[in-house]
Write a protein that binds this ligand. Structure first.
Ligand code: NAD
Ligand code: MG
Length: 394
């Protein structure tokens, strides 16, 4: 029986993972589940899959979780110590589905046990890609991509020689505001941004899809995960979200991966790998769909893409600064403190300041430097907002 742990079990990816695990009783032994404030759901999931340990990342919810699981025999923990306890228990397969940079440390700990890390948390690759890749090789662990585009690339590469890859194309739906006039974007609200045309996902990644910060992070993720040169990675707007990625080879062949917009495909592929098991996802009827559309992204509408290219050129600590500034800008947008288009200005301004101040292209990175840069970039992004440095797009 494979031992599995899910970080971020109560989120969108986490719930889909539980769904797949619950469909195969007896195949998995659930070591630990972690969640946040949704104690009722976490307790229900822990009972459903008979987890050995349930953890809320918020220490103040310990008593609630304890009460919700009383009599179940399931161990309960909370706060940073609880998260560390979940990370310390060895598992063969760990799902990293916390949102944000908070997913980095649990992912690194999981790699130390040498099993498989199914990586949905793209922020950890953006922030600390080289660290994760080297931790995996040091401990004989494996990282499998869960982001749909990266799973698609991974699948298109099976049996291929990486040296023959000419380019990689990831697709983007264009998000909630794809068809809005540019002028209207400045007034877009968080509620409007949090509706995705095709995918059902958490609030933060959905807003990042509207701004294409999600795609920007995915560009960096391709770079870090597959080691593809930045100028060989392209983004294509594809409103139907049925083609997830394409890999172009040196003989001109382009291998596309198609599937319905259902994360259970990518999660299930990583869960069952190297086996391709049956999955409960809809089958595409291409005759009925009839037509697929593609276009180049407009850089003025999606400035996040150029920022990602800047980060890839820089390397070092630029990814940590970029991700932290983006998280801060997203918090400020959700709180109504800045407008939709100002998010990219905040990130750009923060990268400018930090490049002058500390130099971001530091070749030798380690966890301490990354965490320090994460903190500093949040402070600088906050100052940029306070000092109204980003007001021109209001
Ligand atoms: P979500 O907001 O639905 O869930 C996030 C989970 O993380 C919850 O369980 C929450 O309790 C937990 N969490 C939040 N902050 C935490 C913290 N500081 N410490 C510990 N736990 C914390 O998010 P999601 O949409 O499931 O996305 C999860 C990750 O997967 C993100 O990195 C996202 O970019 C990536 N991803 C998601 C999708 C998708 O379809 N939702 C697709 C591709 C990649
Ligand atoms: Mg994706």
């Amino acid at each position: 029986m494979r031992r599995v742990t899910i970080f971020g079990a109560t989120g969108s990816i986490g719930q889909n993972t539980i769904d797949l695990i619950a469909r195969r009783p007896g195949a998995f032994r659930v070591i630990a589940l972690t969640g946040g404030r949704n104690i009722a759901l976490l307790a229900e999931q822990a009972r459903q899959v008979k987890a050995a340990l349930a953890v809320t990342c918020h220490a103040e919810f310990y008593a609630d979780l304890k009460a919700a699981l009383s009599g179940s025999g399931i161990a309960v923990a909370a706060g940073p110590a609880g998260m560390a306890e979940a990370a310390a228990r060895p598992a063969d397969w760990v799902m990293s589905a916390i949102v944000g940079a908070a997913g980095l440390q649990p992912g690194l700990s999981a790699l130390e046990h040498g099993g498989t890390l199914a990586l949905a948390n793209k922020e950890s690759l953006v922030t600390a890609g080289p660290l994760l890749i080297s931790a995996a090789s040091t401990h004989g662990a494996r990282i499998l991509p869960v982001d749909s585009e990266h799973s698609a690339i991974f699948q298109a590469l099976v049996g291929e020689d990486p040296a023959t890859v000419e380019r990689v194309v990831i697709t983007a739906s264009g998000g909630a505001f794809r068809d809005w006039p540019l002028e209207a974007l400045a007034k877009a609200t968080p509620q409007q941004a949090a509706v995705h045309p095709n995918w059902a996902m958490g609030q933060r990644i959905t807003i990042d899809s509207a701004s294409m910060f999600n795609k920007a992070m995915e560009l960096i993720e391709v770079r870090e995960f597959f080691g593809i040169a930045p100028d060989r990675i392209e983004v294509l707007v594809h409103p139907e979200s049925l083609v997830h990625a394409l890999v172009g080879f040196r003989d001109g062949a382009l291998m596309a991966h198609l599937g319905p917009p259902d994360m259970r495909h990518a999660i299930g592929y990583a869960l069952n790998w190297p086996e391709r098991a049956e999955l409960p996802v809809a089958r595409l009827d291409l005759a009925r769909i009839g037509r697929l559309n593609f276009s180049a992204p407009d850089p003025a509408r999606y400035p996040a893409l150029d920022l990602a290219r800047r980060v890839m050129r820089s390397g070092g600590l630029a990814g940590a600064a970029f991700n932290a500034a983006k998280e801060h800008a997203l918090d400020a947008f959700i709180a109504g403190r800045i407008g939709f288009r100002q998010m990219a200005r905040v990130v750009e301004h923060t990268l400018d300041i930090l490049s002058d101040e500390s130099g971001l292209a530091d070749a030798a990175i380690d966890l301490d430097k990354i965490l320090a840069m994460d903190r500093l970039a949040r402070i600088r992004a906050g100052e940029a907002i306070e000092k109204q440095k980003v007001n021109d797009l209001r």
